[in-house]
Design a protein around this ligand. Structure first.
Ligand SMILES: Cc1ncc(COP(=O)(O)O)c(C=O)c1O
Length: 396
């Protein structure tokens, strides 16, 4: 199994873990950071060494000091027994699901799940004889009614990354435990800085590391971490699938992670300020941000999260396509693109009604998902304000 040695002393705050865990300068000739270790073959010094497998690394695919430094750091942040890395967030999710599921199993997945996760469940998992049923993200303890003796996994994403429902994870986990099912949580939005799913009863936590961990839109990356109960299955499944993540990307993730705390706090402050400002704008019908008092899950959010992410959505009165084009095409600071989590702001038209099957969402609304980057907040407001003026000007 991979070394889960805790490098920082227990009891340190998250900011200290982020800066000190997972690196050991004496092992790197005093250099502060663990460099990029590229390689496949690892040479053994003697017959004893190869027979007894005492060396820390035996073959490139199975790990190297670059990957291990980030595994150690994430495990410590999430309070996990161990962590595996993946070449994208989606790969972390699919690897972890395949590691714990077998033909005949039943999976419960939140209806607000990231759409490619849904496609994996409805595609590959279905072909393998694993059924997926979707549930209302606000179901809470009511999930009990959906449990069968085949239910092996409950997948949560809190908040949902388009419509931002918060899930009652302790209630769901309590039901899962009684039924012998595992709980897996996509924690990409809050990061371990603001949300600790394993401490709330989950067994596996996954991250689209492409987002906040990398933080600079320059690498693809994912992680899956498990508690003691699920770790062996996750580790074995990851290894059996031959999953390997480029050390160059892992290095970029490590570099991003060192400043995660300071970036998350800046993203949080700007996103909240922009969300509150948009709430007052006459064209904005609704702002979907769980840290706002107006959000239906705000009490649950305050109970379980210690902070909020960079991402939220807004609803505008539906207008012709030309109005939407006038808004988005003229934006100077907000870019339009998939993903999020980088230092630069994004503004993306979204159609949530297309990606759900058991809960409804109106079709005739105009929605945008906003990732608030690290630009000056007044510049961001001015850019959006001008965009909303262009939107209003089309229909008067
Ligand atoms: C909530 C969430 N989970 C998972 C993913 C998948 O991550 P990746 O794009 O790195 O595969 C994304 C990507 O947008 C996401 O937003």
């Amino acid at each position: 199994m991979s070394d889960t040695t805790r490098d920082a002393k227990p009891g340190y705050a998250t900011e200290t873990i982020l800066t000190h865990s997972g690196r050991r300068p004496p092992d790197q000739f005093g250099f502060v950071n663990t460099p990029v270790y590229r390689g496949s073959t690892v040479l053994f010094e003697s017959l004893d060494a190869i027979e007894n497998q005492t060396a820390p690394y035996g073959y490139g695919r199975v790990g190297n000091p670059t990957s291990r430094s980030v595994e150690t750091l994430i495990s410590e942040l999430e309070g996990a027994e161990g962590t595996v890395l993946a070449p994208s967030g989606l790969a972390a999710i699919t690897t972890a699901m395949l590691a714990v599921l077998s033909t005949g199993d039943d999976v419960l997945v939140t209806d607000t799940v990231y759409d490619p996760t849904r496609r994996f469940c409805d595609g590959l998992l279905a072909r393998m004889g694993i059924t997926t049923r979707y549930y209302d993200p606000r179901i809470g303890a009511g999930i009990e009614e959906l449990m069968t003796d085949k239910t092996r996994l409950i997948f949560c994403e809190s908040p949902g990354s388009l419509t931002f429902e918060i899930q009652d994870l302790p209630a769901i986990s309590e039901v899962a435990k009684r039924h012998g099912a595992l709980v897996m949580v996509d924690n990409s939005w809050a990061s371990p800085l603001f949300y600790r799913p394993l401490a709330l009863g989950a067994d596996i936590v996954v991250h689209a590391g492409t987002k906040m961990f990398v933080g600079h839109s320059d690498a693809m990356f994912g992680t899956a971490s498990a508690n003691a109960a699920a770790w062996k299955q996750l580790y074995d499944g990851h290894r059996q699938q031959g999953m390997f993540t480029s050390p160059d990307d892992v290095f970029l993730a490590a570099r991003g992670l060192r400043t995660l705390a300071i970036r998350m706090k800046e993203h949080q402050a700007r996103a909240l300020e922009l969300a509150r400002w948009l709430e007052q704008h006459p064209l904005v019908e609704q702002v979907l941000h769980p840290a706002l008092e107006s959000h239906p899950d705000n009490a649950l959010f305050k109970r379980d999260f210690s902070g909020s992410g960079s991402l939220f959505s807004i609803v505008l009165e539906n207008r012709p396509r030309a109005a939407v084009a006038a808004l988005v095409d003229g934006l100077e600071l907000f870019g339009m693109g998939y993903s999020w989590g980088g230092y630069e702001s994004l503004f993306l038209p979204i159609r949530p009604h297309r990606a759900r099957t058991v809960t409804s969402w109106p079709e005739d609304v105009c929605m945008f998902r906003i990732h608030v980057g690290l630009e000056d907040i007044e510049d961001l407001k001015a850019d959006l304000s001008a965009g909303l003026d262009r939107y209003a000007a089309i229909t008067g």
